[in-house]
Structures are given as C-alpha cells and as structure tokens.
Design a protein around this ligand. Structure first.
Ligand SMILES: *[C@@H]1O[C@H](CO)[C@@H](O)[C@H](O)[C@H]1NC(C)=O
Ligand SMILES: *[C@@H]1O[C@H](CO)[C@@H](O)[C@H](O)[C@H]1NC(C)=O
Ligand SMILES: *[C@@H]1O[C@H](CO)[C@@H](O)[C@H](O)[C@H]1NC(C)=O
Ligand SMILES: *[C@@H]1O[C@H](CO)[C@@H](O)[C@H](O)[C@H]1NC(C)=O
Ligand SMILES: *[C@@H]1O[C@H](CO)[C@@H](O)[C@H](O)[C@H]1NC(C)=O
Ligand SMILES: *[C@@H]1O[C@H](CO)[C@@H](O)[C@H](O)[C@H]1NC(C)=O
Ligand SMILES: *[C@@H]1O[C@H](CO)[C@@H](O)[C@H](O)[C@H]1NC(C)=O
Ligand SMILES: *[C@@H]1O[C@H](CO)[C@@H](O)[C@H](O)[C@H]1NC(C)=O
Length: 642
C-alpha cells in the first residue's frame, strides 16, 4: 500500500497547482439528470470554446446496443463517416458489434456560439423526451439541456417524425494541453464501476492529465455513469485499447489444483476462459433445449426413472405412504432423472446415525460418502422447488446437489460440502471467532461469485428465477473461499418478461435484505435480488450486520452512504475509512472502495427500475476485482525489487 499512497501524494502535489492556474472543462457531475436546472458554471450545455482551434478532429465512444450495433447504424446515429469508423475500430463496414462493446467514433468538432459540438441528426420517435434522447439513445453523449437549446429557435414542439439536431459533447485541446502534446480530446462515456485512473489507463493517458482536463482532482474524482469524461490523447485511439477483457457470464469452475494464493493465475484463466464462456453458455442453452425436448418426447425414460426411484425406496426399512406420496414422487421423478438416489442406510453410516457430532446447524449434517465430504439436509414438506431448480441448473456459484433420499416421511438432500462454512461466520466484526477474517480481495471475489450466481439464475435459466433469499448465512464458502449460493426453497420463477412484476401475498424472506417494493406491495422481480445483493455487499465491506446498519437510518438503507458519497466533501476519505471494516486496516484501494459504495448505492435505489441488472453488477465487480488485483501486486513487486 505504501507505494500507492506515495504515488497519490505525488500526483496531487503535481496536479493541484495546475488546476488553479488554468481551468479546462468542468466535469458535468450529476447536473445532466435534472433538465430544469441550467447551471452556467457546469458543462451541461456543452464544453466551452476555449481551445486553440475552433474546429478540430475529435473522438467519441459509444456502447453498441441494438438497433445501434452496426458500423452503419452507429455512423448514421452519430453522423460519423462509416469508412473512417470501421477503420478506426479495425472492422469491416458491414460489421455488427456485440451489445455493450465500446465503439470509437471519429467526429469533427466545431465551435457554435459559446460551446463546442458535433452535430447529429435524429428523427424523433414516439414517446421521446429530450432526456430520453440524450441519456438513453445517445447514452449521455448529449444532454437534455443542450438539445433544448438547439430547438429553442425552431418549433417548440417535439413531435414524432420531425428531425432534431442533437449536439454531441466534444472539445478541442486548449493551449496548455497542446503544449503538453495533446492533439485530440476523446469524449468517453462512463459506465458502472469506472474511475478516472481506470479510464485513463485504457488509453494510456496520464491520470493527472485526465483529471485536469475535467477540472477534477485526486480528492474530488467522483464520476458517474451516463456522463462524458474528456480523455486527452496524443495519437488517435485504436481498437486494441477498446477491447476490454470480456466479463465472465458463467465463470468456469477453478481447476482443483489452484492454490489460494495463486490469484494471478486464476484471473488469467478466467480472462481467457471468459471469452469461451459465452460460447459455452450458448452451447449450454442448445444442450438444455435439446435435452428438454428429448425428455418430453421419450416417455420410456421417465418411466424407467420413476421405477428406479421407487425401486430404491421400497427395499428401505421405511414406512413410505405410497398413496400420499406417489403422485409427488412421480412428479419428482420427472425432474430428478439425473439425480442420484441414496439409500437411507448410506446416509446413516455417513453421519454416524445422524449423531449430534455431525450436526452442522439446524437440520444440516456433515457426512462422508465414499471418502467425500457432503452436507445432508433433512427437510419436510415440498422440496420439489429446490430439487427442480438445482437439478436443472449447473453453475459453479450455486451449491451442487449430489442426490436425494426419502425415508420415513422426510426428505434428505445431499449437497457438496463447503469447507469454510457460511459467509456469516466470516464477515461480521462482532463475530466471536475473531481469527476468521477475509481480506479485500477475498471479499471482492466472494461478491463477484454471488453476483455471477444470481446473474445466472436471472438470465441463463429457463424459466428465470428470483432467488429471494439473499443473506450472509445462505452463502457458503469452499476451501478456496469461493462462494456458493444455497437454500433455494424460496426461489421462484420470475414470471413474465424481465422487469415486470409478479405479485405475491406471502411476504417471506429476511427483513432487512428485502426491497421496499416487496415489503410494501409484495412485488417480485429480479430487482428484488439486486436490492438484497446491495445489502449483502454493504455488510461485506462494512463488517456490520444489516440490523446494525438499519439503526443509523430513518427509512432507506442507502442513507448510511449519503455522507460518504456526498460530492463536496473534504473529509470524504476519512468517512470512507471509518465506514469500511476496521479489520482491513486500510489495506484496500480507496478509490475502488468508493466504486463499491457507489455500486451499492445504485443497488439500493428505492425505484426497482433504477437498479442495475445483476449482469451489470457482475461486470462492474469483475472490473473492480481485476483492478484490485493489479494494485495488490504493485507493492509486492516493489518489495521484490529492493
Ligand atoms: C440514463 O440511462 C440509463 C440506462 O439507460 C439509466 O439507468 C439511467 O437511470 C438514466 N438516467 C436518467 C437520469 O434518466
Ligand atoms: C429539478 O430541480 C428543480 C429545482 O431544484 C426541482 O424543483 C425539481 O423537482 C427537480 N426535478 C427532478 C426530476 O429532480
Ligand atoms: C452551479 O455549479 C457549481 C459547480 O458545480 C456549484 O458550485 C454551484 O453551487 C451551482 N449553482 C447552483 C445555483 O446550483
Ligand atoms: C469518408 O472517409 C473516407 C476516407 O477518409 C473518404 O474517402 C470519404 O470521402 C468519406 N466520406 C464522406 C461521405 O465524407
Ligand atoms: C462483409 O464485408 C466483407 C468484406 O468487405 C465481405 O467479404 C463479406 O462477405 C461481407 N459480409 C456480409 C454479410 O455482407
Ligand atoms: C450544427 O447545427 C447547427 C444548427 O443546429 C448549425 O448552426 C451549425 O452550423 C451546425 N454545425 C455544423 C458543423 O454543421
Ligand atoms: C437562438 O436565438 C437567439 C436569439 O433569438 C440567439 O441568440 C441564439 O444564438 C440562437 N440559438 C441558436 C442555436 O441558433
Ligand atoms: C490547430 O490547427 C492547426 C491548423 O490546422 C494545426 O496545425 C494545429 O495542430 C491545431 N492545433 C491543435 C491543438 O489541434
């Protein structure tokens, strides 16, 4: 950590005086979100014409999303030259970008009145508002304020089918920047979990130079998604800079030989396999689809499975009530074909006849079957939900169900064993076992694991599931401190399309982790899990239990972050270090911790629609983890260098 601090101090010494000497362009902050406030001292109307030249070559970034995901459609939207755009991105002119890919856009920037702009022409569609056009279609490359200014001299009506000039945010280098070798300014679209240094790193620009270009400083470097950051460049940007390491949608299981300390190796592997993962996910879908279809068309398999199920049960010494359970057994046999059915005797000998010595907690026992540790959960009632879900989903971050057993009116579910137990044993500061402690990297890895598991449930299963049961005791840790989500009895399929809500009358789940719309109206959507994840992440970084956190707030849990995320705040870092788990003793990158808190803030938004998707959360955490890793290594290198 020491070299990092040194570096930060050096930077701030170098930067601050320069900012005082000459202003460049003010960063927009959150001023773009309220279209009624027009603050002249911000850049909501555009970047001021303070450059050497009134016209210049400039660059924009855009994130590909249908229908704007091809060279031609993006060029048309942003009024760019398609030939140049394809060359800049090293792709052919008929190329289609993947959703979310960063696309470099060349543009001519020129001065109109007080502000620089690049013109785009947009045909208004039904339901459009200036904010929607600026923020959603143009992703923040323009603002509602600037759009309103453009049309103030034309007709005041914004009607479907009419053409509108949308001024895109761009700027030309100032005299001072030109003297420092800057030839172009790139308007970079910020996304979740980024900060000035990570964006600068993408383009090989000095962080100090970028901070200065946006009138930011090390102490005051908060930036927000859907706004632009000016990145000074000495050479045109290139494709190689924009190809981010692909986020792993379904991380492959780590190789069993990986040692806990050998993080770097794991991340390299995840990076490489990340690209493969998408292919795998598609492959999995295809497989799953075929598998389902085949099962529906081949009743013999069902029968044989159901026979084998009964055959296993009948020889047992149990008083199986056939009438009552046969129907259920049959329905279960349809879903549990690939599951192993254990003999009750097997489980008895595995757990020394369910001896209290083997009891883990509640009705969960630890046992040994064929030399392998397993967890055995004794359950009553309808277990079909959990069995169906776990039997049809396969993800490294969801607990693996090995098999089932039915005996004497009880179900026994046999799971893989997670050696390090529940996360709740590890994260709380007041926990009795003080030697149980997780470092920053472990906390971030666990968070990413949980996010990936939930993303999988939300987006990669058919039907999609809402987990509903997020809390620290339902996250188990394996020997490598990788997380496994468990206890799926509350999980339910997310009915309807993503973003739509299902109503429930039965409000269940752990209070404190539950979102306001669920507690008040029983609304269920995948955003319920996003809220719960925000709460869990808050616990993970603060080391405090959610009930303790609630003591400090009136209504909304995100109030605990208000103080720290406050923009004009001199002692923000102090407040941040006070908030983060004291046991970490400052052994974490402050800026990244800030990014995590901002992410939590988004997840805890009272409006479910405003919360990010789990896939966005996991992309964001994946970046935070990679960057933490990079920072984690630097002190080691300097130590070795001595
Ligand atoms: C801007 O758009 C993003 C994504 O489309 C959305 O999450 C965000 O809430 C929008 N911001 C405003 C102020 O509407
Ligand atoms: C925008 O700001 C004005 C003035 O501060 C306020 O009255 C209005 O409610 C705000 N609008 C939104 C959507 O936040
Ligand atoms: C305008 O923005 C500046 C810079 O962010 C801020 O200091 C000032 O208070 C704002 N003025 C109003 C009226 O909101
Ligand atoms: C686009 O750029 C290419 C190469 O720079 C140039 O030859 C062509 O004329 C440009 N097209 C338009 C419409 O400006
Ligand atoms: C895309 O362009 C390349 C080269 O210009 C050409 O070989 C290829 O057939 C085109 N693909 C499509 C789908 O048009
Ligand atoms: C951009 O559009 C405005 C009108 O909306 C026009 O006055 C200006 O000349 C245009 N700029 C360029 C470079 O075409
Ligand atoms: C709109 O008209 C006003 C005067 O009526 C003028 O000062 C301003 O520059 C015009 N804006 C544009 C974008 O043409
Ligand atoms: C300004 O324009 C001149 C002439 O086109 C060019 O040589 C110079 O590099 C430009 N300066 C900057 C900072 O872009």
């Amino acid at each position: 950590m020491a070299p990092l601090h040194f570096f930060l101090i050096c930077c701030s010494l170098l930067i601050c005086p320069q900012i005082l000497i000459q202003a460049q362009q003010p960063y927009i902050r959150k001023w773009n979100t309220n279209c009624t406030i027009r603050n002249a001292s911000t850049s909501v109307l555009g970047y001021a014409c303070n450059g050497v030249n009134r016209t210049c070559q400039a660059y924009l970034t855009f994130r590909s999303k249908p229908p704007y995901n091809t060279v031609v459609s993006i060029s048309n939207l942003l009024n760019a030259n398609a030939t140049q755009l394809s060359q800049l991105n090293s792709v052919s002119e008929n190329f289609t970008f993947g959703t979310g890919d960063m696309v470099l856009v060349p543009t001519r920037c020129s001065c109109l009145g007080q502000f620089y702009q690049a013109n785009a022409t947009y045909v208004i569609q039904s339901g459009d508002t200036p904010l929607l056009i600026a923020n959603d279609t143009f992703e923040g490359l323009s603002t509602c304020h600037a759009i309103q200014t453009q049309r103030s001299n034309l007709t005041n009506d914004i009607y479907t089918g009419s053409r509108l000039t949308v001024p895109l945010r761009c700027a030309c280098p100032t005299e001072k920047q030109a003297a420092a070798g800057v030839r172009y300014l790139l308007s970079y679209l910020i996304t979740w979990g980024q900060y000035v240094s990570s964006i600068s790193a993408i383009f090989g620009t000095d962080t100090g130079l970028t901070l200065e270009a946006n009138e930011l400083s090390e102490q005051d470097s908060n930036i927000y998604p859907f706004t632009t950051l000016l990145v000074p460049l000495s050479d045109p940007p290139s494709r190689s800079q924009t190809i981010a390491p692909p986020p792993p949608p379904t991380p492959p299981p780590p190789p069993p030989t990986t040692s806990v300390n050998d993080h770097k190796w794991v991340y390299m592997l995840v990076g490489i396999l990340g690209g493969v993962a998408l292919t795998c996910a598609i492959g999995f879908c295809v497989f799953w689809f075929c598998f389902l279809k085949r099962n529906k068309r081949t009743p013999p398999m069902v029968t044989s499975a159901s026979q084998s199920f009964e055959a296993t049960e009948k020889p047992g010494d149990t008083k199986l009530d056939v009438d009552e359970d046969s129907e259920f057994m049959e329905s279960l046999s349809n879903i549990a074909q690939s599951l192993k059915v254990y003999e009750f005797e097997e489980l008895k000998s595995a757990t020394q006849d369910f001896s209290p010595n083997c009891l883990i907690k509640g009705s969960v026992y630890q046992g040994t079957i064929n030399g392998h540790l397993v967890a055995i959960k004794k359950m009553h009632g309808d277990v079909s939900n959990e069995i169906r879900l776990l039997n049809t989903t396969h993800h490294h971050n969801l607990i693996h169900l090995l098999g089932v057993c039915f005996s004497d009116g009880h179900w026994y579910l046999v799971y893989e064993f997670a050696v390090n137990g529940p996360l709740s044993d590890w994260i709380y500061y007041h926990t009795l076992s003080r030697n149980k402690f997780l470092n920053w990297m472990q906390r971030m890895q666990i968070s990413l694991d949980v996010a990936n598991g939930l993303d999988y449930l939300h987006s990669y299963t058919t039907p999609p599931y809402v987990y509903k049961n997020l809390e620290s005791s339902n996250i188990l840790l394996d020997s490598d401190f990788r997380a496994k989500i468990t206890n799926f009895d509350l999980a339910r399929s997310a009915e309807g399309q993503e973003g739509q809500f299902a109503l429930t009358r039965h409000i269940v789940g752990t209070r404190g982790y539950m979102s306001p719309e669920y507690l008040e109206n029983g609304l269920i959507s995948t955003k319920l899990d996003v809220y719960g994840f925000g709460v869990l992440l808050l616990e993970i970084v603060s080391g405090k239990h959610v009930s303790d956190l609630y003591e400090k707030v009136n209504k909304n849990l995100s109030e605990v972050l208000e103080d720290i995320l406050e923009e004009e705040n001199i002692d923000r870092n102090e407040k941040l270090t006070d908030f983060i788990d004291q046991r970490l003793q400052g052994n974490y990158p402050l800026q990244l911790a800030m990014s995590v808190l901002r992410l939590i803030d988004c997840c805890l938004d009272e409006d479910p629609a405003a919360r990010p998707d789990m896939s966005e959360v996991s992309q964001c955490l994946s970046r935070i983890l990679t960057t933490s890793q990079a920072r984690d290594l630097s002190p080691t290198i300097s130590v070795q260098g001595r």
